[in-house]
Design a protein around this ligand. Sequence first.
Ligand SMILES: O=C(O)c1cc(=O)[nH]c(=O)n1[C@@H]1O[C@H](COP(=O)(O)O)[C@@H](O)[C@H]1O
Length: 233
Amino acid sequence: MMNRPIIALDFSTMTEVGEFLGKFDEALFVKVGMELYLQNGPAVIREIRAMGHDIFLDLKLHDIPNTVGKAMAGLGALDVQMTNVHAQGGVSMMKRAAESFKDHNPDGVLIAVTQLTSTSEEMMQQEQKSILTLDESVIHYAQLAKNSGLDGVVSSPLESQLIHEHCGDDFLTVTPGIRLNEDSKDDQVRVVTPAGANALGSDHIVVGRSITKASDPAAQYRRVKEEWESGEE
Ligand SMILES: O=C(O)c1cc(=O)[nH]c(=O)n1[C@@H]1O[C@H](COP(=O)(O)O)[C@@H](O)[C@H]1O
């Protein structure tokens, strides 16, 4: 069974979230990111959980180990199924994050962002002054995350196969940057279709605007899910 596509609830208010979720009659896996969480706080988690949906809380923590460890204790106490940090925060930070999160939420999944899907290889080399290729950098961060006790990473589906080759099939690849063929890329760079993500071996896809901005979001979700599960566009 394929994992359900994760819908990114990139809204500012709970009113918008309620309107959006009201269009669905099934239990979803949704992502609460900075836009929603920073403006509404932990109450959004309780409300969305009460509606029966699973939650990926995406705050991409990136700070010194002590600060992230303490913050993760707070996030671990929330009833979320998945959360994340930035692998660029380093091994000590990721280890502290994992210990702290799992202490409070043993079944929760902790993953690390490798290179954002809005980053191209050229940007990475010019802005981060990286001497690696994008693939090498993603593999490197995935290996650090694995050695730090995390369950997987966030990357583009373009790197899912390589990550599994280097970190094993059980190491999760959670992949945003998903677009249907006719969609615009918006601010994303490394984009793939749901069928493409399936072919490349992603474990989860994260889909925002392709669904949230569609005229019929529930129908669009079914289309994304069907394409993701069948591997056919
Ligand atoms: O951690 C994430 O979820 C994330 C990492 C990344 O590299 N790229 C990325 O797009 N995301 C998130 O995935 C979602 C993608 O949204 P759409 O581009 O609208 O599908 C957004 O909520 C982003 O914050």
